[in-house]
Design a protein around this ligand. Structure first.
Ligand code: ZN
Length: 904
């Protein structure tokens, strides 16, 4: 006997190839192959009207995003009768097989996740057959490295015994190499060697008799295709990715009754329902059988830092409502494997939506500190708890191969208190989901020595088992900050601004429709769903291609216009926020109660300007000719806000080593340099408002006009800015060195806030060098603090006493035009007595973000209710109508409530 391990393994590889080749025992070319195109994304019916011409093997197809339709005719020979016959079609593209108007399955090849085979018939009848193939000139991740090319188009006889033998051998071969048990590896090597010599399948069968150890880890596997709702392709292509993926997976469910496939995002189901009735019927049948498993509970898988609290609630409201209506039940887990960090308010929002379980794996990407647990209790900001699981394979695209199964067992962090974990397997995006080979491996991993005890389970079955485990579970408190992709708080500023404005406009539209008794539910539903779509975790964060932002900017404009149309126009100022206000509106001073009608009043104060010093009853601000802010004194406390000149516009090198639109690298914050001083300024003043406008050039080719504004009675100094932005790999920040000493800064987050350190003492502190925040951030010490308000920016940093807001980036990938051109945004500085709570910073940020709306006078009965509340002299003496007030209040509350799922 002569043995040498590497030589033996090389022979195993060769044997594996030979076994794979024998799966198709006979192959024939097609008789005729015709092609039509290039054309746009059209229906199968429209494709029948095209002019077809002969296609050749080796022919190339393009350009990117074009579509071609093929017609193939083949003859099944008499000797293939009763056999399974497959189509083998390879084209380095995302293709799909169609049969008389029905999509059969995806045929994506050339980009990983190879799927060149599709069953034509399980039991062949001799004679002619005809099919169609739709070829999309794109790859798994959008653009391809080489063009679509027709490489193979044949029909073949499938040999089930050869297929089984190949997978029996292949799984054991992988285990021989990867197992960390040398004794078992030796047995496998010896027996596989004997199989290669003797080709006796019973040798392999005997090896499969070696079952799990008694204490094997319990692994629940679930198929998945993480289809980003838009990313490196436009929304229109996403729909076709879903058709290709779902049709393939539905086929496999017939062949593998144990197969479970999880699919999230109600929006994707809704598209199938609207556009492909046949596939929808098939899908619903598999949902009913428990094989196609709706998960997630949300409309799309949203970003989980940037949408407002209201938006996150609506993600669940519209998601759960869809799942309940279509499938008779709500989801019980929030499925979010890929979002870039998770706000600490999510556990409460999930719970309110009937969800008690949470799945992600994204934090395994953390650069500074890896998560300490895969299974834990996540306690949110209000104390709500959910059961959280991070699949230990650290991916939602596992290939369900032997190395991944072993990795789960080896790397699971919670063996000391838990016996089970989840494996999410299958190619995502254009990869088409799990392959038959993955399902074969999992069949063989049910009970095999050295592997975890593996079974296909639904997400619900897995979490039920996890929840039933006895003993204590670790508790993790507060936001799950993602130590990566910190640029996504700032990239694609116009989309982020559109999202903020859309959120606010829809709030106003709903409020005004309620008080007027207008039934705007259908339109609000439509507009909200369109907004929820934009919050997908690659759209709102700014990590998609140009085509996606062309769609997003158009859709966001439609949302705002639609909401404004519901609000109506007029000349009555209405306060649509829950805080009273006194401020300048259209040149007059207006007072309004919370959710009330404004009336013109005398201001108690006027604003003055002398040189570059602006002053009202609350503030005295002194600007420099260069556009910086030299001093801001809070007159009530006598405190100076600034330690050094503020409103310092700074440019930073912003060329991340990878993930251009996603990342702000740590070094970037060391490269700051002041922008050039302002060239000129102009002053405009009235007793109610003083504005000084500074004009400056910026960076290499950009320009900026900034109007510094102080109003009568106002507690904030505003910086209203327009920029023509033409930079490359440059980050624009504004810095305020505050005369405040505090170890933590506070940032508004959806329906809450997060405190983050202002120092780099530990690796967890350092990792938070750029953080998300919504309408305000605040640095407060005992008795005094300063808040910075923002109308549309989400990226912040605070080191020591220097609070910075990220304004614009200029990344070049995946969108080479990202953020080029016109931008409008505003921020404001607000010093205050006490902490941010006592100072009413939340209210002030709401006032800054949501101006009073000029609209038609609301109905008399609501005006009466409101008039009493604001003690308007005009309405004095009229009794407040409690019934009316409580009616619209409860109406507004109901429409906002995540538990109002049964209302339409
Ligand atoms: Zn994703």
């Amino acid at each position: 006997m002569i043995r040498e391990t590497e030589y033996t393994r090389a022979r195993f590889a060769q044997t594996s190839d030979r076994l794979r080749e024998s799966v198709y025992s006979a192959v024939r070319p097609v008789d005729e192959l015709l092609v039509a195109g290039p054309i746009d994304r059209i229906s199968w019916a429209d494709a029948q009207e095209l002019d077809y011409r002969p296609a050749e093997l080796g022919e190339r197809f393009g350009p990117l995003w074009a579509t071609f339709w093929f017609r193939l005719r083949a003859t099944v020979p008499a000797e293939w009768r009763g056999r399974r016959v497959d189509l083998l079609f390879a084209s380095n593209s995302e293709a799909a097989l169609w049969d008389d108007g029905r999509i059969v399955q995806g045929l994506n090849t050339g980009g990983g996740g190879e799927r060149p085979d599709a069953m034509l018939t399980a039991s062949a009848e001799p004679g002619p057959l005809e099919r169609q193939v739709e070829l999309a000139c794109s790859g798994l991740f959008g653009a391809m490295s080489s063009p679509a090319e027709l490489r193979r188009c044949e029909i073949a006889v499938f040999d089930p015994a050869a297929w089984k033998l190949h997978h029996d051998f292949e799984t054991l071969r992988a285990l021989e190499v990867a197992t960390n048990d040398p004794a078992w590896s030796g047995v496998l090597r010896d027996e596989l060697h004997r199989f290669c010599n003797e080709r006796d399948p019973s040798i392999l069968d005997a090896l499969y008799e070696h079952g799990n150890a008694a204490h094997a880890h319990d692994l629940a596997a679930i198929g998945h295709a993480h289809i980003d709702t838009a990313w490196l392709w436009p929304l229109a292509e996403t729909y076709r990715k879903m058709l290709r993926t779902f049709s393939s997976q539905l086929r496999y469910m017939d062949d593998y009754p144990e197969y479970r496939f999880a699919c999230s995002q109600a929006q994707q189901y809704a598209w199938i329902k609207e556009r492909n009735a046949d596939l929808w019927t098939e899908l619903c049948a598999k949902v009913a059988q428990g094989q196609f498993v709706p998960v997630g509970g949300t409309w799309v898988e949203p970003d989980c830092n940037l949408p407002s609290g209201e938006s996150l609630v609506r993600q669940f409201l519209h998601g759960q409502r869809f799942f309940e209506r279509e499938f008779g039940r709500r989801c019980r887990e929030f499925w979010s494997p890929d979002a870039f960090g998770y706000t600490g308010q999510l556990p409460q929002i999930m719970r309110e939506a009937g969800i008690t379980r949470f799945l992600t794996q994204k934090l395994s990407w953390n650069r500074f500190n890896k998560p300490e647990h895969h299974t834990f209790t996540w306690r949110g900001d209000d104390g709500s708890e959910v059961l959280a699981h991070f699949p230990p394979a650290d991916t939602y695209n596992s290939e369900a191969n032997v190395p991944d199964l072993l990795k789960v067992q080896r790397d699971f962090l919670d063996h000391d208190h838990s016996r089970t974990s989840l494996l999410v397997f299958g190619y995502g995006d254009g990869g088409g989901g799990p392959t038959r080979a993955m399902l074969e491996t999992l069949r063989r991993a049910r009970d095999l020595q050295g592997l975890p005890r593996t079974a296909q389970r639904t997400s619900e079955e897995f979490f039920d088992a996890l929840e039933a485990e006895p003993g204590e579970r670790p508790i993790v408190v507060g936001e799950l900050y993602f130590e990566y992709h910190r640029g996504v708080y700032t990239s694609q500023g116009r989309t982020k601004r559109g999202n903020r404005r859309g959120e606010q406009a829809l709030h106003d539209a709903e409020f005004l429709s309620c008080v007027r008794g207008n039934d705007a539910r259908a339109e609000l539903d439509r507009l909200w769903k369109l907004l929820l779509l934009q919050q997908f975790h690659d759209i709102l964060p700014g990590s998609s291609i140009r085509l996606v932002y062309e769609d997003a900017e158009r859709d966001l404009a439609e949302i705002e216009a639609g909401a404004n149309a519901l609000c109506g126009e007029g000349d009555t100022p209405v306060n649509t926020i829950g805080f009273p206000r006194r401020e300048v509106v259209a040149g007059e001073f207006v007072e309004a109660p919370a959710y009330g009608i404004g009336r013109v009043v005398e201001a108690d104060d006027s604003v003055r300007v002398e040189g570059l010093t602006l002053e009202n009853a609350h503030l005295r601000a002194t600007l420099a000719e260069d556009g910086t802010l030299l001093s801001l004194v809070d007159k009530a406390t006598g405190r100076e806000s600034l330690k050094a000149p503020g409103n310092r516009l700074e440019l930073y090198d912003d060329d991340p080593v990878a993930w251009d639109a996603w990342d702000i690298d740590p070094y970037t914050l060391e490269t700051g340099r002041p922008a050039a001083p302002a060239d000129s300024h102009t002053v405009a003043s009235s007793p109610l408002r003083v504005e000084i406008a500074f004009v400056r050039s910026l960076g290499e080719a950009s320009s900026l006009v900034q109007t510094v504004r102080l109003d009568a009675e106002s507690r904030r100094l505003e910086f209203r800015t327009t920029v023509d932005w033409r930079e490359s790999h440059t980050l624009l920040k504004v810095c305020f060195p505050l005369d405040v000493h505090a170890p933590n800064a506070t940032y508004e987050m959806p329906f809450g806030y997060a405190e983050r350190p202002t120092h780099y003492s530990t690796s967890w502190d350092r990792a938070r060098y750029e953080v998300p925040g919504h309408r305000w951030a605040d640095l407060s010490e005992h008795g005094f603090g300063v808040a910075l308000l923002s109308d549309s920016k989400y990226g912040w940093s605070c080191y020591g006493h220097e609070l910075r807001l990220s304004l614009l980036r200029s990344t070049k990938s995946p969108d080479p035009e990202a953020d080029m051109g016109e931008h409008e945004f505003a921020y404001a500085l607000l010093p205050h007595r006490g902490g941010w709570r006592e100072a009413g910073i939340v209210a002030e940020a709401a006032r800054f973000n949501v101006p009073m709306r000029l609209t038609a006078p609301p109905p008399v009965e609501w005006r009466r209710a409101c008039g009493s509340a604001c003690r308007s002299p005009r309405l004095a003496g009229r009794m407040r109508s409690r019934t009316t007030a409580s009616r619209w209040k409860s109406r507004a509350a109901r429409s906002r409530s995540p538990t109002g799922l049964t209302s339409s």
